[in-house]
Every structure is written in C-alpha cells, then in structure tokens.
Write a protein that binds this ligand. Structure first.
Ligand SMILES: [Zn+2]
Length: 415
C-alpha cells in the first residue's frame, strides 16, 4: 500500500533589520520591538498562540486592497483597552531590511468581552502591515491576549477561473488521459466540491510553459520537469500570473512531472494571497510522485484531488490535523488543527509527532506510520484536507466551514 502526502509550505520572513533612520517615526509611535517573524492571514481559525503572545510587541498582518478587516481578542480583567497601531512594512528586495510607516492608530470597541478593531486596507496592492498594542502610557500592552482573531472580507466575485500550466514533457496519467482530458477532470472536481460553498468555476485555461512570453525557453517540452530540481523553487513562482486577464487573474495550477521530494504530490503556500502573479500565486501538482527510488504515475482523479487540496491551502485552509512538519515549519505547537468546529481532528498524528520529536522532514513521517493505522484511527481521514492520502479511502470533500473559509478569502483576492 502506497502512502502519499500533500505538502504545505509556510510563508517565512527573515528577521529583518529595522532601519529607523529612514522610517520617519515620531516618539509617540510604538514600533514593533523585534524582527517581524510572525504573520497572520485573514480568516485563519487555528489557535495561533504565538501570534497572540507577540501581538503587543509586533506581528505582521497580510492585507489586500479594499478589504475590510477586524482584529479582536479577549479582554483581560482590569487591563484597559490598548490602542492598535498599524504600520506599512516596506521590505528591501531580499527581505533582509524593512522600513515602517504608520498607517493607523485605532481605539478598541468592546463587545462580548472582547476588544475589537476594524479597518479597511487602502493599499494599491496586497502587502503586509505590522501591528502593535500600546497602553495609555505609550508602552507595550501587558494584558494577556487570548483568542486572537483576524477576520477579513472583500467584494470580489464568488466565481474564478483555473489556469493549468503544463511544464516540460507531459508524462500522462495512470489512466492515460491527454492534457485536455485531465483539465476537464480537474474542472469537474473543482465544480463538484466547491459548489456547496456557492463558489463557481467558469472555465479552465490550458497553457504550455514552453509558450510563456518571458520564460518559455527554460521550459522545453522535451524533458520532464521536476519541481525542486529542474527549478529550485518548488512553487515555480515565475509562471504565476499568465498573460492578460482573464488568464492573468485565474488560479495558476502548475502541472509538473513530479515534485522531486519523497512521496509529495503537490505544493502550495498556506494562503498564497495572489490570483495574479508574483509570490504566492501558484499551486504545483504532479502527474507522478517518487517513493524510495521508484516513480509512480497518478490517475487523473488523484491529480484533481491534489489540485483541490493544494488550492484550499492557497485559500487559507489548513490540514485537519497538523503534521510534525506543519508544526515545526510554523514553529507554533498550538496549531494542532485547523480550528474549525466541523472538521474532526486526529490526536494520533499530533501526539505521536510531539512525543517522538521527529525531525522536520516530511520524508520520515509517513514511513513510520503505517497507512493502515492511520486509516483505522483518524476520524478526519476522508476529509479532503487530511494531510495524507490513503489508498482505498474515498474523499468526502470539504466541510461547510472549510468552504466558508475559501469563499471568505476568495472575496479578498483581486480577480
Ligand atoms: Zn496539504
């Protein structure tokens, strides 16, 4: 029995050097204390203890033009409400330094035992703002921040398109489908699984990377493309944002021969953040995968399933149960699960990961668990966001709350 895994890449920030000489800040501003290494994205329901812990002294918020946001947390006994200070973060080209410019200072509204801060993002493109909490003396808020929530909504349509970008030599599927037939299978799977959330897919465009106007010469259709080897970038980001609208605004699914990492079927950032081009604009899927030294072809149904799973990550949906790799990459062991009420959670994966202190290497984890043990023990095994795929276990698609999360974040992304 083959065990295969979906991969999830977390977005990291360098602990950038703050450059006060060029920030233009005044004494009354409460700047983030340390390097900004924690980032919140909208509508994430996970525990996020590390964000709560660091909010007063500075965390990043991913924001999009025109979207409305609400940041809230529980009141802490006698501590009066702090002021939320927001700063635009301007990174240099390699993210080693950044400058800050204050964009908002907000008083809290109080409701249901919570401090609530509402704001609209008036940027021209998606970016990061930094947040700090200032007490009445202008110092960092010392109350405990509990149940941190960052919610957002925009006005973009419930409809979007897919853009299947075929890179390198197409190696076919186990059920011998052509690219056009595979595209039709993917479109059908997206329509079926997203329709209960009121999300519509108009069409799927099919491109050949060899015809890319800028990078085409790198993507010869003579040779299979191995993400991670043919390109160091597992996400093949340079192919995101193809041509002009409507293709440009479609979700870019980069189809490679395989992801060149043990048992990995696909890759995406958690909340990619761009339906256009640039960082976080691609989802990568393979027609094949490697296990041991052997390569296996996937059938079209599995490829479509992976495309849906990775695309849900792109829209901010987490694994129903975090893998060790998820926990360690994000470095927040409170995020055991997705925080949603209607998806079960598999204690087995989490407790096992922690107890054995497994290294942060997704190659090792699936070998240690037997697929049979997972299949018998995990109540979320048939949810599409379960982190592994197990032969013989049929997907039941997304839960209602997973679909709401996708719809909410789709409304924020320009398309
Ligand atoms: Zn995944």
């Amino acid at each position: 029995m083959k065990k295969k895994i979906f991969s999830l890449i977390f977005l990291f920030f360098m602990a950038g050097c703050f450059d006060p000489a060029s920030s233009g800040v005044s004494d009354s501003e409460l700047l983030p204390r340390a390097g900004l290494t924690r980032a919140a994205y909208p509508n994430d329901r996970a525990e996020n203890d590390s964000l709560a812990e660091n909010l007063a002294e500075g965390v990043l918020l991913q924001v999009h033009p025109g979207a409305d946001y609400q940041l809230s947390f529980q009141k802490d006994g006698p501590h009066p409400s702090p002021e939320l200070q927001l700063y635009r973060v301007i990174f240099n080209s390699d993210s080693t330094r950044y400058r800050l410019r204050q964009v908002r200072r907000l008083k809290a509204k109080e409701a249901d035992g919570r401090f609530i801060y509402s704001f609209t993002c008036e940027e021209s493109s998606h970016t990061y703002w930094a947040a700090t909490l200032a007490d009445a003396s202008g110092n960092y808020y010392t109350g405990k921040v509990r149940d941190f929530l960052f919610e957002g909504k925009g006005s973009y349509s419930e409809r979007f398109n897919l853009n299947l970008i075929v890179t390198g030599k197409y190696g076919g599927t186990a059920d011998l489908l052509s690219v056009t037939e595979l595209a039709a299978e993917i479109l059908s799977a997206f329509r079926t699984d997203l329709a209960p959330g009121g999300i519509r897919i108009d069409t799927i465009f099919v491109q050949n990377a060899e015809n890319h106007p800028v990078f085409g010469s790198k993507y010869s259709s003579e040779k299979p493309w191995l993400a991670g080897t043919s390109s160091k970038d597992f996400l093949v980001t340079e192919l995101g944002g193809w041509g002009a609208p409507p293709e440009y605004d479609a979700l870019d699914l980069v189809l490679v021969h395989r992801i060149d990492a043990e048992s990995v079927l696909g890759n995406s950032l958690l909340f990619g953040g761009s339906l256009g081009g640039g960082r976080g604009s691609t989802v990568v899927i393979g027609t094949h995968f490697i296990q041991g030294s052997e390569e296996f072809a996937l059938d079209s149904k599995s490829i479509a399933h992976t495309a849906l799973h990775e695309s849900a990550h792109f829209f901010g949906v987490r694994h129903t149960s975090a893998t060790l790799s998820d926990l360690e990459n994000e470095n927040d062991f409170s995020n055991n699960d997705d925080g949603l009420d209607d998806t079960p959670f598999c204690m087995l994966i989490n407790s096992f990961s922690k107890k054995n202190k497994l290294p942060s290497d997704f190659k090792i984890f699936p070998r240690i668990f037997s697929a049979q043990a997972l299949a018998l023990s995990c109540p979320d095994e048939n949810n599409i966001m379960f982190p592994y795929t197990i032969d013989g276990v049929e997907s039941i698609g997304f839960s209602k709350e997973q679909l709401q999360q996708i719809r909410g974040n789709l409304s924020i992304l320009k398309h």
